[in-house]
Design a protein around this ligand. Structure first.
Ligand code: URA
Length: 258
């Protein structure tokens, strides 16, 4: 006699990687969540989870970061474009007590985190969001969104230097070449260059110019994909329009560049 299969007693659920869960809950980008895991700040059902790649069942497992429960995002997803001034740090806290980017949008109650980072001394366009999915997409190396920088360097940046920059330079972590580069102004004291890159390696623009023996005096990110800084004063911000967020999502999906 065929024995009837017993009914499943529990509803089937789906598992998800721990770092994705944390990001989807809007707590941090996926990469930042990985760092939190490595730092031992994350626990699953009370047990510290320091191994990457652990899968959890959001319906059953209890995840905490620094002892505080992580819950699926119920707050509305917000993304702002901020004009970061020099002298601000993109981390959520700084042991040295330097000014934090989040202080510039303190009037927003939601906990926003920066999408990628600009150096302490770099200014310009920075997106801040509580949308972990958007941050993941934008920061994933696969989706190479264009970033445009205006760089002021000491000394004359001439045609030869431009040709060398366009040809690409060898950095510690591999070759780097701008998608486009042009000289905006030139004098013996200082020169201004506009360059566009698709990657987001650590201090990439500064290291590229350093490799050509140029000292960077001022660095500003003026554009990210189709988003321009125009109209947003230094230290100020504006919300992204829903169509802008949708377009960013779409670009990341399709791997569009600019
Ligand atoms: N390249 C840099 O060198 N610094 C930044 O902040 C961004 C790009």
């Amino acid at each position: 006699m065929i024995k009837e299969k017993p009914f499943r007693k529990e509803a089937p659920t789906e598992t998800v990687r721990l770092q994705k869960f944390i990001a989807d809950c809007g707590l941090a980008s996926r990469r930042r969540a990985e760092v939190m895991i490595t730092e031992g700040r994350v626990a699953v059902n009370g047990i510290p989870a320091t191994r990457q790649g652990i899968k959890i069942d959001p319906a059953r497992d209890r995840v905490t970061v620094d002892g505080r429960p992580v819950k699926p995002q119920s707050a509305p997803r917000l993304t702002i474009m901020l004009h970061k001034p020099q002298g601000y740090i993109c981390s959520m806290d700084d042991p040295e007590g330097r000014p934090l980017v989040k202080e510039l949008h303190r009037e927003i109650k939601a906990r926003l985190f920066p999408v990628g980072r600009l150096d302490y001394n770099t200014s310009g366009l920075l997106l801040c969001t509580n949308d972990g999915q958007l941050a993941n997409r934008l920061m994933h190396p696969r989706y190479k969104l264009e970033k445009e920088y205006l760089v002021t360097v000491a000394g004359r940046f001439d045609g030869q230097a431009l040709a060398a920059l366009r040809a690409g330079v060898e950095l510690e972590d591999g070759p780097a070449r701008p998608l486009r580069a042009e000289i905006m102004e030139q004098s013996n004291q200082r020169s201004r260059i506009k360059l566009v890159i698709a990657e987001g390696r650590n201090r990439q623009v500064r290291r590229m110019l350093d490799a050509l023996d140029f000292k960077v005096l001022y660095l500003l990110r003026s554009r990210l994909a189709f988003l321009h800084l125009k109209g947003v004063k230094r230290g100020k911000w504006r919300y992204l329009e829903p169509w802008e967020t949708r377009r960013l999502f779409k670009m990341a999906e399709e791997g569009e560049k600019g």
